[in-house]
Design a protein around this ligand. Structure first.
Ligand code: FRU
Length: 483
């Protein structure tokens, strides 16, 4: 039996052991999942591939998992499509993307070779090169026979092959382009641009983006796309070496501006953070069937902090809701894709009312959506979730200080404040699912994991002074199928 058959057999035989899954967030059948890959709309379906270690609960032995969807809400698991089984990807089929060409879907990904079979042991010996594969309608994938297609020979002098990964391919005019994360001559991150006319022969174009050396950052999973005539570059950030792990936070950032294909420089106009929560990394975008740009991210957890839970539940990895992207006054804004509303059942909807003190919204911590709209926040306003005598998760909005305080006394505590313009009208959406919470405030997004065996059930909102509320909607999300 080959490695793919082996993985698929293992999944079939063991998937019934996975339990306590979120009800409307994507998870793998069993085992470990990290980055979304090859996110695309092809042949009438959305495809989501992902970094997948089926046999264990922590990052190891990375294959590509696969699922399909008609609406970005319901997902059907499909067999694993790639396993690390050729010389160029023998230590892992790392992240990559998908693109349609002549009616076929091509996958481009990083083949990871680690002679020491570990992430960091002798880092200098690691080789990362870009490989090509074709997806067939029957759900199988065929790797190109002459992989890799971008290797050491296409990497300019000074850049290191040990950190050269995560190709995101797109088409502009007659040419295919791909952005890649690289490690430059200062041993810091750069975003590299390559071009090709056929996806096989690739040529280095330029190093289009880097941060000052003393930022001490390395990039992963770049993505470059257009919204409303602007170019948007996104990338995940990690420390360039472990000695900076205290100073450099893992997070995902964006830069809006224009990609100048003459000077080959990304001209920056504005920038920001994609998600302010504690658990968000390595997102990828695609164009949805109505033409808008949609992003899906990994509800990330590299640590083993939730070990006791994932061991009990048999899987480790959740994706965010797919979110529609927009640009508003130089800021990238996000809202969950509209189709989720079809699965929302109203528990309470109240419009134009005055609230003073606390409003209890009742139980069911697992699968709710709370929407609050105000024209102006008059004083401190709080949303309490999953509350019992001992624990809770809360979001406090302070209009005077213009910040949102995020607090959780659950297993992995959260206690931080994020500056956010709360002066004008405020629109809040909170999505609570089993083990994860997403908050959206005026297009800003916050993602959190929330594991605990003993969660509270109370949901409430409260104010310190009289507050006019334009709309309060409390719905239960039910009937989504991820199977
Ligand atoms: C980001 C990442 C990618 C890499 C993959 C390996 O989470 O480190 O850069 O391709 O995960 O699984």
């Amino acid at each position: 039996m080959n490695k793919i058959e082996n993985a698929n057999k293992y999944i079939e035989e063991n998937k019934s052991k996975a339990k306590s899954k979120p009800l409307y967030h994507f998870t793998p059948p069993i085992g470990w999942m990290n980055d979304p890959n090859g996110f695309s709309y092809y042949n009438g379906e959305y495809h989501l591939f992902y970094q997948y270690g089926p046999y264990g609960l922590f990052w190891d032995n990375i294959h590509w998992g696969h699922a399909v969807s008609d609406d970005l809400v319901n997902w059907k698991h499909r067999p694993v499509v790639m396993a690390p089984d050729i010389i160029s990807d023998i230590s892992g089929c790392f992240s990559g993307s998908a693109i349609e060409k002549d009616g076929k879907l091509y996958l481009m990904y990083t083949g990871h070779i680690d002679p020491n079979l570990g992430f960091d042991i002798v880092h200098k010996e690691i080789v990362q090169q870009q490989c090509l594969a074709t997806y067939h309608i029957d759900g199988t994938v065929e790797k190109y026979e002459n992989n890799p297609v971008i290797a050491q020979r296409e990497l300019p002098a000074g850049y290191e092959i040990r950190d050269f990964r995560d190709p995101k391919v797109y088409k502009k005019g007659e040419l295919y382009y791909c952005v890649l994360a690289g490690r430059n001559e200062n041993s810091r991150g750069s975003i590299l641009l390559y071009s090709s006319s056929d996806l096989v022969e690739w040529e280095f174009v330029a190093d289009i983006y880097r941060r000052p050396v003393n930022d001490n950052t390395l990039f992963e999973c770049p993505d470059l796309f257009e919204i409303d005539g602007k170019d948007v570059l996104i990338f995940s950030i990690m420390p360039c070496s472990p000695e900076y792990s205290e100073d450099v936070k893992q997070q995902v950032e964006y830069v809006i501006g224009s990609m100048n294909y003459k000077s080959n420089v990304f001209e920056e106009e504005s920038r920001g953070i994609i998600d302010y929560g504690s658990n968000y990394y390595a997102p990828q975008t695609t164009q949805n069937k109505d033409g808008s740009q949609v992003i899906i991210g990994w509800v990330s957890d590299w640590s083993k902090i939730n070990k006791e839970f994932v061991e009990e539940y048999g899987y480790n990895g959740i994706m965010t809701l797919p979110r529609r992207l927009g640009i508003d006054s130089g800021r990238l804004i996000q809202t969950p894709t509209a189709d989720i509303t079809k699965y929302e059942f109203e528990r309470k909807v109240v419009k134009d009312f005055e609230l003073m003190g606390e409003l209890l919204l009742g139980g069911n911590p697992l699968n709710l959506h709370l929407h609050v709209e105000v024209d102006k926040l008059d004083s401190v306003f709080t949303i309490d979730l999953m509350k019992n005598e001992a624990k809770g998760f809360s979001f406090t909005f302070d209009p005077d200080l213009n910040f949102i305080k995020l607090f959780s006394s659950y297993k992995v505590a959260v206690d931080k404040s994020v500056v956010c313009e709360l002066g004008g009208s405020v629109e809040i959406d909170v999505y609570v699912d089993n083990h994860c919470v997403e908050l959206y405030v005026n297009g800003f997004a916050f993602t959190f994991l929330c594991y605990d065996f003993d969660k509270g059930h109370e949901t409430s909102i409260h104010t310190q002074q009289k507050q006019l509320i334009k709309c309060l909607k409390h719905t239960e999300i039910a009937g989504v199928k991820i199977e």
